[in-house]
Design a protein around this ligand. Sequence first.
Ligand SMILES: Nc1ncnc2c1ncn2[C@@H]1O[C@H](COP(=O)(O)OP(=O)(O)OP(=O)(O)O)[C@@H](O)[C@H]1O
Length: 531
Amino acid sequence: MKDKSSNAVFDWNVTGASLCYLGFESIGYFLLTLGWELLPFHKLTPVGIKQYWRSIMNPQHDTHDLEPLLKSPSETVALNFDEDIDVQTERNRVLAGSIDNAIIYLRKLRKVYPGEKHRTKVAVCSLTFSVQAGECFGFLGTNGAGKTTTLSMLTGEESPTDGSAFIFGKDMRSNPKAARRHIGYCPQFDALLEFLTVQEHLELYARIKGVADYRIDDVVMEKLLEFDLLKHANKPSFTLSGGNKRKLSVAIAMIGDPPIVILDEPSTGMDPIAKRFMWEVISRLSTRQGKTAVILTTHSMNEAQALCTRIGIMVGGRLRCIGSPQHLKTRFGNHLELEIKPTEVSSVDLKNLCQTIQSRLFDIPSHPRSLLDDIEVCIGRIDSITSENASVMEISLSQEMIILIGRWLGNEERVKRLVSSTPISDGVFGEQLSEQLVRDGGIPLPIFSEWWLAIEKFSAIDSFILSSFPGTAFQGFNGLSVKYQLPYSENLSLADVFGVIERNRKQLGIAEYSISQSTLETIFNHFAASS
Ligand SMILES: Nc1ncnc2c1ncn2[C@@H]1O[C@H](COP(=O)(O)OP(=O)(O)OP(=O)(O)O)[C@@H](O)[C@H]1O
């Protein structure tokens, strides 16, 4: 007979209660996840709540449908006060609706983040511009200028506090999904699934973007080849190097040939060859095919110069200038950049200087012992040392000898910097010599002589340039050449500079030189410094 006290498996007090609990819990968590995904929790910020409250109190003024207005009077004043004329023209053009070919346009786009201690952070301030088909728009700016925030609003990742972005005439705020369909986005940080291989990533995104089944293999292969990823096709993404992860992210953004490609610092971590590859792909997309609008943020001025047909520079959330690279250089470049590479130190000069120093070293009546002791230490086991048996290559100069030589050669100050405890950076190789002096206790005579002659050449060029072109600013050495900024004015044309340098080229020992307009980098630095 069955024992009445024994319970069946699904009885309430056996597993029934737990199963019911699990069932309710799974429904609860499912609804919570759904709510988290779909409800605008991101608007639960002080700014968002304030806006919502304002829209309830003043229903006529719904910022979603109406043209957003700047709320802060000080901001309006600031905008009108010093907004660049090109930025103003672009703003007026977009606001007036003269945006015939524009695929993307931003109208008074603004983003305010809640900051610490109830203060807010205006990340993007009333941004207005348009980007056309076939254009590669370079979005440059200092760190924290608001570039990524703007791109996030363009892709619908962030919602604007005010204003709106329009993609093919569709408002990102009211119809983000429809607008997003046209966009390929490569975010600043690779959003990859670590255990999917490169090929699987491309297949996954090809499916997500609606590439027809029969075309997926071709599209994946095309991207693998285009970005030189074929040899990594079967590697999981977490094993890829930073540069290859970046290539994959850019490849994903370009799958399905979207008419808008947004690339946030795409070349970060890529080697120069990979960069060239990617530049080729981007320029093919925008300028050559002429159908795609590319928005690109980068900190590389070379990249901006190579790819962008138009550039906007952002500082502190505001657009400070806009125009083609050439236009920006012409408008804001008030300098000429001069780069000079001196000829190498000649072997005859080197030999002569070594011999002069050597013969003087062995002809010092006042300090004979200590200096010769130094030479003995440096060249090893030679019983007695004379000027005949010490070869130039073997002589190593101690600190004391270097100071003495500097005095003989008429510039003690120069060598004092070499022997000082803080290594000098003189653009030649003084820093390495200082280190060698500390490490080995001496510097070989020929190396010292070469340094001396190289510095002599740089100094002669330096004093000539500074005296010939008043107002010139020294920009720095890069080891082989020296750079200057010459003031560009009506009194000093390119022809004048060429004339002066050509006439003195031989005498100064100039191997090569170049004179150019201000680079994008100088213009960028100018805006960055004024922030
Ligand atoms: N979620 C956030 N909450 C609060 N402040 C933020 C948030 N995201 C960005 N910011 C702030 O907004 C400003 C703009 O940031 P953004 O990331 O857009 O700059 P960026 O121009 O892309 O900089 P970078 O060149 O360094 O990538 C910064 O001051 C940043 O601190």
